[in-house]
Design a protein around this ligand. Structure first.
Ligand SMILES: Cc1ncc(COP(=O)(O)O)c(C=O)c1O
Length: 424
C-alpha cells in the first residue's frame, strides 16, 4: 500500500533524531562510542531490582538488563521485550501480513494519540464509533479534524452505516461541509468497548474490514480489553484478518498486568510504526526502561503459557463481577433502564427510560447527592449530543457493595421518571 496519502503534513515532516538514529549501533559488538551523550550508569545509585509476586514468588531481574533499563534505550522499546511481544502477536493473531513492525509505548494512549496525529491533516474528517472512549475524544477534540460518528449496537460497530457514510460522502457528513475530503481513517474499540462493554462480533468485524477495503480506510484498532473477553475462544482481531496492511493495532498491559507501569504496544505496517517512532524520538524519546523490565522480566519467567493462563484468570475475575452486577441491574433497574449485558471488559452502558432524555444533571447532581458515582453518557459522544445513557463500571467495586450502588442509582432514576410523568 502507498501510505503517503494517509499521512498529515505534520507527520510527513518528521525526521529521525540525529542522535536517536545511532541508537542501534551503540550496543554493537566491538563498537567504541564517542557519540552518545548518555549519563554514565556508574553514577546511578540503583544496584539491582526484584519484585515479589502475590503468589509469594520473588523475581530478581537480570543485572545486565537492569543496568540497561536504567539508561536510554531504543525508541521502540527494550529489544528483548519487543521481540517477546512480537512473538505474542504471531501466536495470538497469526497476522497474514508478515512484514509488520512493533513498537512499545507509554501505554496505548501514548501510541494511538501519536497515530491519530499522524493522520490528522487539518480540515479532514475522521471516523469514530458513537459512543466512543472519552480519552480518545479528549485528544481528538483538540486536533484540527472533524469527527464523523458511526453507530454501534449490541453487536458493535454498524458496518452498513459506515458503508453508507463513505458511499454517499459528503451527503452524510455531519459538519455539512460539501468540499471536505472523504475520511480515510476509522478509530475503533472493538472489544469490551469503553463505554458500552459491547464487542464487535466476528461477522461485524469481517464486514467492517470489507467496507474499509472497499473505501480504502485505515483502521486504528484500540484493543486494551482484548484479553478480557469472557467467552473462549477469543473473537479474532482486525489485525488477524489484515491481508492489506491497513490495521494499526494498539495493545495494553494496563488491564492485565498494571496500569501504572504504562506499557502499551502498537503493531502494524512498518511505514506507519516508523512514523510513530519518529514522533516518540522527538517527544518522550522512548518508553521508560524500568517498567519495561518489570513487565518483560515477569513475562519471560512465565512464558507464553503463563501469560495466557494469567489473562484467563483476569477475564474470569471480571466475568464473575459482571455476573453479580447483572443480577443487581435486573433486580433494581428493570423497567427503569435498558442495557446490553457485556461479554468482555468492565463497563455497562445503561439507557435510562422514564422519559429521561439527558442523563447529565441526573448523574452529576442527583446521583452524587445520593452517594453514587457514574459517568454521564455525553462524555462519550463524539459530537457532544445529549443522551439518556450512563456508563457504569463493575471493575473495582466490592461484590458486597454492588447491590447498594445499583439500588442508589435506581432511586434517583425512579424519582426522575416519576417527576417526568407528573409533568406530562
Ligand atoms: C479504549 C481505551 N483505550 C486506551 C486506554 C488507555 O490505555 P493505556 O493505559 O494503555 O494508555 C483506555 C483506558 O481506559 C481505554 O479504555
Amino acid at each position: 500500500m502507498d501510505y503517503r496519502k494517509f499521512l498529515s503534513t505534520r507527520s510527513k515532516a518528521r525526521v529521525p533524531s540525529a542522535i536517536r538514529a545511532l541508537m542501534p549501533l551503540y550496543n554493537k559488538k566491538d563498537m567504541i562510542s564517542l557519540a552518545a551523550g548518555m549519563p554514565n550508569p556508574e553514577t546511578f545509585p540503583y544496584a539491582s531490582m526484584s519484585v515479589t509476586l502475590k503468589s509469594g514468588e520473588i523475581i530478581t531481574f537480570d543485572d545486565d538488563l537492569f543496568r540497561r533499563s536504567l539508561s536510554y534505550d531504543y525508541t521502540s522499546g527494550m529489544p528483548q521485550f519487543n521481540q517477546w511481544l512480537r512473538e505474542l502477536q504471531i501466536r495470538e493473531h497469526a497476522p497474514p501480513c508478515k512484514e509488520f513492525d512493533l513498537s512499545i509505548g507509554s501505554g496505548s494512549q501514548d501510541l494511538f494519540t501519536k497515530a491519530m496525529e499522524m493522520f490528522a491533516e487539518p480540515g479532514t474528517a475522521l471516523l469514530v464509533e458513537e459512543p466512543t472512549y472519552a480519552g480518545a475524544l479528549s485528544f481528538l477534540k483538540s486536533e484540527p479534524v472533524d469527527l464523523v460518528p458511526v453507530n454501534t449496537d449490541s453487536e458493535g460497530i454498524d458496518p452498513e452505516m459506515l458503508d453508507r457514510i463513505l458511499t454517499s460522502w459528503p451527503e452524510l457528513n455531519p459538519t455539512g461541509k460539501k468540499d471536505q475530503p472523504r475520511p480515510q481513517v476509522l478509530y475503533t474499540v472493538p472489544v469490551g468497548g469503553n463505554p458500552t462493554g459491547v464487542s464487535s462480533t466476528l461477522q461485524r468485524k469481517k464486514r467492517t474490514y470489507e467496507v474499509c477495503q472497499k473505501h480504502d480506510i485505515l483502521i486504528i484498532e484500540d484493543d486494551p480489553y482484548y484479553y478480557l473477553q469472557f467467552k473462549t475462544p477469543r473473537t479474532p482481531s482486525y489485525f488477524s484478518m489484515d491481508v492489506d496492511g491497513r490495521v494499526l493495532r494498539m495493545d495494553s498491559m494496563s488491564k492485565i498486568l498494571s496500569s501504572g507501569i504504562r506499557i502499551g504496544w502498537v503493531t502494524g505496517p512498518k511505514v506507519l510504526v516508523e512514523r510513530i517512532n519518529l514522533h516518540t524520538m522527538s517527544t518522550n524519546l522512548q518508553p521508560a526502561g524500568v517498567p519495561q523490565l518489570m513487565a518483560y522480566g515477569l513475562l519471560a519467567e512465565w512464558g507464553y503459557d503463563g501469560f495466557f493462563a494469567h489473562v484467563d484468570r483476569v477475564a474470569n475475575f471480571y466475568r464473575e463481577r459482571r455476573d453479580v452486577f447483572e443480577e443487581s441491574l435486573e433486580r433494581h433497574l428493570k423497567g427503569l433502564a435498558e442495557w446490553v449485558v457485556p461479554d468482555s471488559g468492565m463497563f455497562v452502558w445503561i439507557r435510562l427510560l422514564g422519559g429521561i432524555t439527558d442523563s447529565n444533571e441526573l448523574i452529576l447532581q442527583k446521583a452524587v447527592k445520593n452517594n453514587v458515582l457514574a459517568v454521564p453518557g455525553v462524555a462519550f459522544m463524539p459530537l457532544n449530543d445529549i443522551t439518556p445513557c450512563v456508563r457504569v463500571s463493575y471493575s473495582c467495586i466490592e461484590k458486597d457493595q454492588i447491590d447498594e450502588a445499583v439500588r442508589r442509582l435506581a432511586t434517583v432514576i425512579r424519582e426522575e421518571a416519576a417527576a417526568n410523568s407528573a409533568n406530562n
